[in-house]
Design a protein around this ligand. Structure first.
Ligand code: FES
Ligand code: FES
Length: 153
């Protein structure tokens, strides 16, 4: 079959129509009664980059809103959108445990069939790395202090 068929319908839909693409502002944070966190991750080797916005309730650490912007490919957009969706309603400590595997699994149409071809797994890793950057910013620690549980391909 063609490579096209190696992408799930969910990936195809999210790449064209992401729900959580955009930004959050200080104004939004004020209205929602939370703290605005903005985090960047850039892949040095290819120049792809993702920016993640969170509004976090400071007392409970619950992520009340999440949005992203991306300089990545279609898979990166679908992955970042799914990642943002998975963050909403979790605490920062829970969100930092979301891996790129969780993101990829959430984009499957069929639980037994990968959502993207293996060559595209690295695009979902950015979604994971930017969560760690946001959590590090919120907690005032180094992103490297969070454990890695990723699969690149
Ligand atoms: Fe660069 Fe997917 S983000 S190929
Ligand atoms: Fe850059 Fe895929 S080519 S993350």
């Amino acid at each position: 079959g063609s490579i096209w068929e190696e992408y799930s319908q969910k990936v195809q839909d999210l790449m064209n129509n992401p729900k959580n693409m955009g930004q959050l502002t200080e104004e939004d944070a004020k209205n929602m009664g939370g703290k605005l966190i903005i985090a960047d991750f850039g892949a040095e080797s290819c120049g792809d980059a993702v920016r993640l916005y969170w509004i976090v309730d400071e007392a409970t650490e619950v992520i009340k809103a999440a949005k992203f912007k991306s300089f990545g490919c279609g898979t990166a957009i679908a992955s970042s959108d799914t990642m943002a969706e998975l963050c909403i309603g979790k605490t920062v400590s829970e969100a930092v445990k979301i891996t790129n595997i969780d993101v990829e699994k959430a984009m499957r149409d069929n639980p037994d069939i990968p959502a993207v071809p293996p060559q595209k797994m690295h695009c979902s890793v950015m979604a994971y790395d930017v969560i760690k950057a946001a959590a590090a910013s919120f907690k005032g620690v180094d992103a490297a202090s969070f454990e890695d549980e990723i699969i690149v391909c």
